[in-house]
Ligand binder design. Structure first.
Ligand code: GLC
Length: 612
């Protein structure tokens, strides 16, 4: 137990000023305890020893690292509370921050609401929607016992060959800036006059957010993940840094450093950008967290050993190290570097102050454990309706009818017979994309939700027959009794480097399914992908209508809301739809701008009432 000063222990006094609590607690910490606070470890190595004896500051889980398969929010809360119990038994009783990637809802937890990915939200250009999704996500994250969400990704994706383009709201900086309202949704609205850069969390129904990845992750050459962004400082600031200022103005608590480089300088070791710009110039008072093994990934490019990389990264401005497994080695090297004065103690104190500040601001000392009253909110009807609203607002109608004046949509829900085909028509995992249950996403009924096929069956008239064949047989295609077909095809899920792709065709046999079906009957194509894909003119010509659904998530009913005309299409492309990959990178600022569909393109049927 901490010794008592006078009749109160300042840092444990919830009524004391945050900065007084920070100073008081820092003054009581040993060097070992300070270094442990800077260390974030994965849940699989979070032992009682690490949490209680060492006083590790933060625990996290990788995408897909769950207590067990189909673990519910209550199971997650049991796990995280058990970690917290050991942390609270440490000498100074400093609670951990538990962090996870909830990048489109709490996508770690079975049964949680899976919202559309950021590219979809960019298509809505609706900051209020982003805010509401942030607030809903915060509730579902806190229901799992977690305190910290490694979101939002505010990358400005300038090249769709990047495997993380779908995590970016848009190629257009102003659209990304507009959607950063999700930070206030996640953390709560800071009071008027709240100083930009100072962390803010409204309370135990809000989370600590993380603006990522600072800076220029979406601007790398050829969209290579963790690659090199070559640009002037002015362009880096104008295109890629601007959204971070909006996050800072909303009191974002943490910023995650990017794996990528700027003009050959690795961000994780760049003192100019991490400290002189982000902390000194922009006044960021929260903490900078490394990316997963971000320090290890300095070694090869820098031709240096781990010790040198730790020294470079911490001195550059990294405050918390997402190790995530070899924390003993990390702590050992940190201690050596401080004792040898290669890392000044003042830098350690600054990092620990930032971490403690966020913990006090987030009320973790007052509310270290999960709030079980939130459990019923996970995947609740209200949140699923919100996700459905986001889906229908995000769909982009790219083609409607083979000739002007003869629109194909809205479809007749009372048609006698409808053929539904394609690998994405009845596949919840494909509909949700990466970062869902597993890091890179999965196929099939991976969680609770409504596929397109489920939604179509719910939406059509009672006398309408719906025939589903993922790959339609020749016999089926020869039947003359179908009024029309709906073909849903696209990309299988991916994440990060597994999504880097310089071909960008419609994968597997999606194009051949479209071709076979559209040759026989009127056909609506729904393209499910994290980004634009090559649409050959001959193939586009065969389609009667084309909807870009991007990655809509668990609520497939958002699709039928618009294709059957209950609601109007509102979505507008947040990214340029190129004609062929040889044009890339191509965005609206380029003078050789010759897209198939330009940034902002999106048709309406003009046959339905506007979406609410
Ligand atoms: C990943 C990603 C980052 C994520 C982190 C933790 O490599 O780059 O966005 O938050 O690791 O999962």
């Amino acid at each position: 137990m901490a010794e008592i000063i006078g009749n109160s222990c300042i840092y444990k006094n919830p009524n004391a000023a945050i900065e007084d609590r920070v100073k008081d607690l820092l003054s009581r910490m040993t060097l070992k305890e300070k270094l442990a606070q800077m260390t974030q470890i994965e849940r699989r190595v979070a032992s009682p020893y690490a949490l209680k004896e060492l006083g590790i500051g933060s625990v996290m889980n990788a995408g897909g690292s769950t207590p067990f398969e189909r673990a519910t929010s209550a199971d997650w809360a049991d796990m995280i509370d058990s970690f917290q119990k050991y942390a609270m038994e440490s000498r100074l009783g400093i609670p951990i921050i538990y962090g996870l990637d909830a990048v489109h809802g709490n996508n770690n937890v079975y049964g949680a609401t899976i919202f559309p990915h950021n590219v979809n939200l960019g298509a809505t250009r609706d900051p209020d929607l982003a805010y509401r999704i942030g607030a809903a996500t915060a509730l579902e994250v806190r229901a799992s016992g977690a305190h910290y969400d490694f979101a939002p990704c505010v990358a400005v994706c300038r090249d769709p060959r990047w495997g993380r383009c779908y995590e970016s709201f848009s190629e257009d900086t102003e659209i990304v800036r507009k959607m950063t309202t999700i930070v206030s949704g996640l953390q709560g609205n800071p009071p008027k006059g709240h100083p930009s850069g100072y962390p803010f969390v409204a309370g135990r129904k809000s989370v600590i957010a993380c603006a990522k990845h600072f800076v220029g992750d979406g601007g790398t050459e050829k969209g290579i993940n963790e690659g090199n962004t070559i640009s002037s400082y002015e362009d880096l600031e104008r295109i890629h840094m601007a959204p971070f200022l909006d996050c800072l103005s909303q009191g974002v608590c943490t910023v995650m450093a990017s794996y990528s480089s700027w003009n050959g300088r690795k961000l994780h070791a760049d003192h100019f950008l991490l400290t002189e710009v982000l902390k000194d110039k922009l006044g960021f008072k929260g903490f900078v967290v490394s990316d997963w093994e971000g320090i290890d990934r300095l070694c090869e490019p820098m031709g240096a050993d781990y010790r040198f990389c730790i020294s470079s990264a911490i001195n550059a401005g990294i405050d918390m190290v997402m190790v995530p497994f070899g924390y003993q080695k990390c702590l050992q090297e940190l201690a050596y570097l401080v004792e040898s004065k290669e890392i000044p103690l003042s830098r350690i104190d600054d990092a620990v102050e930032r971490i403690l500040r966020v913990k006090f601001v987030a009320g973790l000392f007052e509310y270290p454990y999960s709030d079980r009253s939130l459990l019923d909110i996970v995947g609740c009807k209200l949140h699923r309706e919100l996700a459905r609203e986001a889906v229908r607002k995000s769909l982009v109608l790219l083609k409607n009818g083979k000739n002007a004046g003869n629109p194909f949509l809205p479809l007749d829900r009372n048609a006698k017979r409808i053929l539904v085909c394609g690998a994405h028509a009845d596949n919840l995992g494909f509909q949700c994309g990466g970062w869902t249950i597993a890091w890179h996403g999965l196929s099939g009924r991976i969680t609770i939700g409504t596929t397109f096929l489920d939604a179509i069956k719910l939406a059509v008239g009672e006398n309408t027959q719906v025939v589903y064949e993922e790959f339609p047989s020749p016999g089926t295609l020869e039947e003359k009794t179908f009024n029309y077909a709906i073909v849903a095809v696209g990309e299988a899920p991916y994440a990060e480097f597994t999504g880097d792709n310089s071909v960008l065709d419609i994968p597997s046999n999606g194009a051949s399914v479209i071709n076979a079906v559209a040759a026989k009957m009127p056909t609506l194509v729904i393209l499910v992908s994290g980004r634009p894909l090559v649409l050959e003119p001959w193939l586009l010509e065969k389609m009667d209508a084309l909807v870009a659904a991007f990655l809509p998530g668990s609520e497939g009913t958002g699709i039928t809301d618009v294709i059957f005309g209950d609601c109007e299409f509102e979505g507008r492309l947040p990214v340029t739809w190129f004609r062929h990959v040889s044009q890339l990178p191509m965005h609206s600022e380029r003078n050789s701008y010759d897209p198939l569909f330009r940034l902002g393109f999106g048709l309406k049927t003009n046959k339905a009432k506007p979406v609410n």
